[in-house]
Design a binder for this molecule. Structure first.
Ligand code: ADP
Length: 294
């Protein structure tokens, strides 16, 4: 028994010694450095971004950003307001195309295809890379028609029966079916805020996306509705890759496996969520997560 204890003590001692020596030998990162710290690659990449810059007119909002996003991963983008999280998120389905002054350089490949190729049709791209916005934005149509809208324009259902099945399935995946199944003809805009956001998620899911972008999807919701969306994110991650912008570090910690910290247009640090929050490497990340900045 004592022998085992002795071994344990030795193991603890050598582990502590290793942690201390690692910490002492780790090169200190210069606060002014804007080179991304951490593993930007993924073992199973779905999205590969290389040297991405985004400009609004003369202003560069994203600087030389490289990052891979893995299949079925949930990755959070965090950082102070105005640091470029939403701008970068929108590059992933070319939503920035709708802003006249906006220009993107560099390369973004999804499943090996450069989404900024001239010949690429953005309509199927935006179905494959769906987006859920900060404020729930259902159409002023029935609950049914909100979800059926995408499948109708993309011709995904051969007849009414197939469309009904897609609507039901999408509402089920979005955790809303039981609450609305008896009033599918009511207006989507008449639902509560949290239900509207789940309706928007059902609308996104209905066109068979691979990747779902979420831009602060809970910021207009109360804590109970927020908890439901967070639970939903965990369920959805089994089928989809999810990229979420959040101003809540607690939310990032709860929902994502990987976290990326942005600071004034730069991707400062990326890594496993737990590591980012317990052992940040860049001084700017540490300032942010300890509340000294932002
Ligand atoms: P975040 O999502 O981190 O709050 P944004 O991506 O919204 O940051 O903004 C990054 C920078 O880009 C900010 O300086 C912001 O003012 C600028 N920006 C965002 N949207 C536009 C736009 N439509 N036109 C011009 N500048 C914009």
């Amino acid at each position: 028994m004592n022998y085992v204890k002795d071994l344990e003590t030795k193991a603890n001692y050598s582990m502590t010694k290793k942690i201390i020596s690692d910490a002492l030998s780790a090169p200190e990162i210069d606060r002014e450095s804007r080179t991304t710290v951490g593993k930007i690659t993924s073992d199973d990449p779905r999205v590969v971004c290389k040297n991405v810059n985004v400009y609004y007119g003369e202003n560069r909002a994203i600087n030389d950003l490289s990052l891979e996003i893995g299949n079925h991963e949930v990755i959070s983008f965090i950082g102070p307001s105005g640091c470029g999280k939403s701008t970068f998120l929108r590059t992933l389905n070319r939503m920035n195309d709708t802003i006249v002054s906006c220009r993107v350089s560099g390369e973004i490949k999804i499943d090996g295809k450069n989404i900024y190729d001239r010949d690429l049709d953005v309509v199927p791209l935006r179905a494959m890379v769906g987006m859920v916005f900060q404020k729930p934005n259902p159409f002023p149509k029935s609950i049914y028609d909100n979800v059926a809208y995408g499948p109708r324009i993309h011709g995904l259902a051969a007849d009414k029966r197939e469309l009904d099945a897609i609507v039901e399935e999408s509402l089920k995946k979005a955790g809303l079916w039981d609450e609305v199944k008896d009033r599918l003809n009511d207006l989507g805009t008449g639902l509560s805020g949290g239900q509207q956001q789940r309706l928007c998620i059902a609308r996104t899911i209905a066109v068979n996306p691979e990747i779902i972008l979420m831009d602060e999807p809970c910021s207009a919701l109360d804590p109970i509705a927020t908890a439901k969306i967070e639970q939903l994110i965990a369920e959805l991650s089994e089928r989809f890759t999810i990229v979420i912008v959040t101003h809540s570090m607690q939310q990032a910690a709860r929902v994502s496996q990987r976290t990326a910290y942005f600071h004034i247009g730069h991707l400062i640090e990326v890594g496993r969520t737990n590591d980012i929050f317990t052992n940040p490497k860049h001084p700017l990340t540490e300032d942010y997560i300890t509340g000294r900045f932002g």
